[in-house]
Write a protein that binds this ligand. Structure first.
Ligand SMILES: Nc1ncnc2c1ncn2[C@@H]1O[C@H](COP(=O)(O)OP(=O)(O)OP(=O)(O)O)[C@@H](O)[C@H]1O
Ligand SMILES: [Mg+2]
Length: 396
């Protein structure tokens, strides 16, 4: 289980480094319920700030503490104006039967694209009508498409968590997990996370799963940060001009990026989306071959387009939430496979020289020759190495 979920704070007092914001949001919800809301007060509150600092967690914690149920919407619910009205209108009007509060949570509102603005307009008009507090989360509240929302809602800014606090949270988690990691590594993780606690906890979990981790390991992982962000934008975001250039900023050859995309696309896309994406990846592969064979370097640009904009537009809906992307495993498999044929080849070479036939023929007839190679005298004669002998003795 992911540590970010397992150790997600349940109560606001466990949320670190956000005291000011916690007080504001509590105030907002309590005033709302007490009916202290004057006409000038806002009926919605936007929690905004960078990723992984506790926005979603805080909304849920406040609901728990004010004995409210949560009615949650995400960006894809906002895409369709009519659908939004259908879902949200009854929710904001209806009183809950058992006198319990209710908080409407619109998570990650900036996931909505400028093109689907209808839903956003609808949300704004529902804010005027609501009987329940609406909490909205956003990364970038200053985006032009959210200007209407800025006027209608109280804005609460959550800041990046400072690095000492990040270290405290990590130490706490390690204590609960009964695990130890040396202080220098913790410092490195904390600095690298740049205030993003989710990123820090994810790194911490990865590092904890490695035996004898070193500080260098974290530096290596730093390089991968760019690819994680790039994948996130491609898989989750709406395809734009920016998507087209996305891999330019990733310090990684495009052929490696193909492997990353291939490895992680099933984590994000389903059914038809996945089929379209795999179809594109296979086209990318075709171009790759043509580039190598015919040196048609101009195909390179197609590879890039298919892999960025193409993959991005294969999805049906904007994706929200966090996905922990994996390192490609295929390279490793290819390498292991090569390792295997590598030994077979070296044995075939020695045998071929001895019996004066071609190495290729020996490779083809290897299953038969294997039997001959069981004889210890033959092995000695060929001067097979220990590894080669181990290879032969391994059950096929
Ligand atoms: N202030 C915090 N104190 C303790 N843990 C935190 C804090 N902020 C984040 N976390 C940890 O990071 C995880 C992710 O936090 P959360 O989902 O609240 O981020 P977010 O601000 O909503 O990010 P995003 O903008 O990407 O949605 C939590 O499950 C929790 O484990
Ligand atoms: Mg969130």
């Amino acid at each position: 289980m992911q540590w970010t979920e397992k150790h997600r704070p349940k109560y606001s007092k466990e949320i670190q480094g956000q005291n000011e914001a916690i007080a504001k949001i509590k105030n907002f919800v309590e005033n709302f319920y007490l009916g202290k809301l004057t006409k000038t007060k806002k009926k919605a509150l936007v929690l905004h700030g960078p990723p992984g600092i506790g926005k979603t967690t805080l909304a849920h914690a406040i609901a728990r503490e004010t004995n409210s149920e949560i009615f949650e919407l995400n960006a894809s619910d906002l895409r369709n104006k009519l659908k939004l009205k259908e879902i949200l209108k009854p929710a904001i009007e209806q009183q809950s039967l058992i006198k319990k509060g209710k908080i409407i949570l619109v998570d990650e509102v900036d996931g909505i694209s400028a093109a689907d603005r209808g839903g956003l307009t609808e949300l704004l008009s529902l804010i005027t009508l609501t009987n329940f507090p609406i909490i909205i989360t956003a990364n970038d509240i200053w985006n032009a498409k959210l200007s209407g929302l800025r006027k209608k809602a109280e804005l609460v800014n959550l800041k990046e968590v400072d690095y000492n606090t990040i270290k405290d949270v990590m130490i706490n988690i390690l204590r609960k997990e009964n695990h130890f990691i040396n202080n220098n590594i913790l410092t490195k993780i904390a600095i690298k996370s740049r205030g993003d606690l989710r990123a820090a906890i994810n790194d911490l979990q990865t590092i904890s799963s490695i035996k004898d981790p070193t500080e260098n390991l974290i530096d290596e992982r730093k390089k991968e940060i760019d690819i994680f962000n790039a994948l996130r934008l491609v898989f989750k975001g709406k395809p734009t001009d920016e998507t087209l250039r996305i891999y330019d900023s990733v310090k990684m050859p495009i052929d490696n990026i193909i492997l990353w995309v291939e490895e992680n696309v099933p984590l994000e896309y389903q059914k038809k989306e996945l089929k379209r994406a795999y179809d594109l990846i296979s086209k990318v592969d075709v171009f790759k071959k043509r580039i190598y064979r015919q040196q048609y370097w101009r195909f390179l640009v197609y590879k890039n387009i298919l892999l960025s904009y193409g993959i991005s537009s294969s999805k049906e809906d904007i994706k929200t939430g966090f996905t922990n992307y994996n390192k490609p495993t295929r390279i490793l498999k290819i390498w292991l496979n090569n390792q295997k044929t590598f030994k077979k080849k070296s044995i075939a070479k020695k045998y071929a020289r001895k019996v004066h036939v071609g190495e290729k023929r020996i490779m083809n007839e290897f299953p038969v020759i294997r039997n001959i190679l069981k004889n210890p005298e033959v092995r000695r004669e060929l001067r097979l190495s220990d590894e080669e002998i181990a290879y032969l003795d391994k059950p096929i």
